[in-house]
Design a protein. Structure first.
Length: 335
């Protein structure tokens, strides 16, 4: 027996050899939804011998190589979008996992080294703990950046910003009291420290005092005065609107052709019942494609609205912080 998965891989490889646009997702979908000749069951519902596997591969490749077929184009659109979304989602999960592991590892090293001191007065040990805390903050900054990587110059700049930020909330003289805490208290303290230092760096970088190395503030937060601008996305939305309008025109033409054929009682160029059935199927798929594009468009517009609201809230928070801090040189942790 030949598995459906291996057939899909074969189809994908042949499509690439023949320069047929296809992804793993659409090949899997096409192979799984291709019917046998009797059209009663899908190939995937029956055990496949080598001969049937070859027939299924040939049919799937024929479907994927056809151009201008509304059914295939709709299927291609949905399968490709679903495949892309899964890839993005998987990458996001992997990034979050990598971040969590890196931060947890840094926290563990600090806790273990501080525990080794066991309440002893060891100034060299305290310096090592403080350096490990500094390294933890640099690691956190790195894994929270867009690329999750720093070159040597950026890392040095990050360290120059992290050091005064750390000193402002945890001077070296506080290391001894930190080492006397319990394990859970140390972990909570370090996580709070990570948040405070990030906030300090973010504030100084947006106010122009620091460069904000590795924060990518302009890319992530954007210009608060131009929050609504997303030129590349707007261009894509314009393309989608054009595609939707084009699909609407095609649907209308097919519908008129179908109605005229019925009205003429089978005369003219559209007298074949098979052609009428094909028109009906094409209209159905074109409408499905239109609805799907409109759904994607609505999702994008909602995402842009959330982005705009987030950027606006951030800009307002920055103004409130500026007013609250004023000319003060000392600010409480709660603030």
């Amino acid at each position: 027996m030949v598995s459906i998965e291996s057939i899909a891989r074969t189809v994908l490889l042949e499509c690439r050899e023949k320069s047929i646009p296809a992804t793993k997702g659409i090949c899997d979908f096409t192979v799984a939804t291709t019917r046998r000749d009797d059209e009663q069951i899908f190939y995937s519902e029956a055990g496949l011998e080598e001969k049937e596997a070859s027939a299924l591969s040939a049919k799937a490749i024929a479907v994927l190589s056809s151009e201008g077929n509304p059914a295939v184009e709709t299927m291609r659109l949905q399968a490709n979008f679903g495949d892309l979304f899964r890839c993005i989602e998987s990458a996001a999960v992997n990034r979050d996992t990598e971040r969590s592991v890196a931060v947890a590892g840094g926290i563990r090293r600090v806790v273990e080294r501080s525990g080794d001191l066991d309440g002893r007065m060891d100034f060299e040990g305290y310096n090592q703990v403080y350096q490990l805390v500094n390294d933890l903050l640099v690691t956190t900054a790195r894994v929270n950046s867009l690329t999750m990587k720093f070159d040597k110059d950026v890392e040095q700049e990050v360290r120059r910003e992290v050091s005064p930020a750390l000193f402002s909330v945890m001077p070296r003289t506080a290391v001894q009291s930190f080492c006397s805490l319990g394990i859970n208290e140390k972990v909570c303290h370090l996580r709070e420290l990570v948040s405070l230092v990030h906030g300090i760096r973010l504030y100084h970088s947006t106010s122009g005092d620091w460069r904000g190395a590795g924060l990518d503030v302009n890319k992530v937060i954007g210009d608060s005065d131009n929050c609504r601008k997303a030129d590349d996305v707007e261009a894509r939305l314009g393309e989608m609107n054009g595609k939707i309008a084009q699909l609407g025109e095609h649907t209308g033409r097919l519908r008129i052709a179908s109605l005229l054929s019925k009205k003429e009682g089978g005369g003219g160029d559209f007298e074949s019942p098979k052609q009428l059935s094909q028109f009906a199927a094409d209209i159905c798929y074109l409408r499905q494609c239109t609805v799907y594009l409109q759904s994607i468009q609505e999702d994008i517009e909602r995402a842009l609205a959330r982005l705009y609201n987030s950027r606006t809230q951030f800009a307002e928070c920055m103004k409130l912080i500026d007013v609250g801090i004023g000319a003060r040189t000392v600010v409480s942790k709660e603030e």
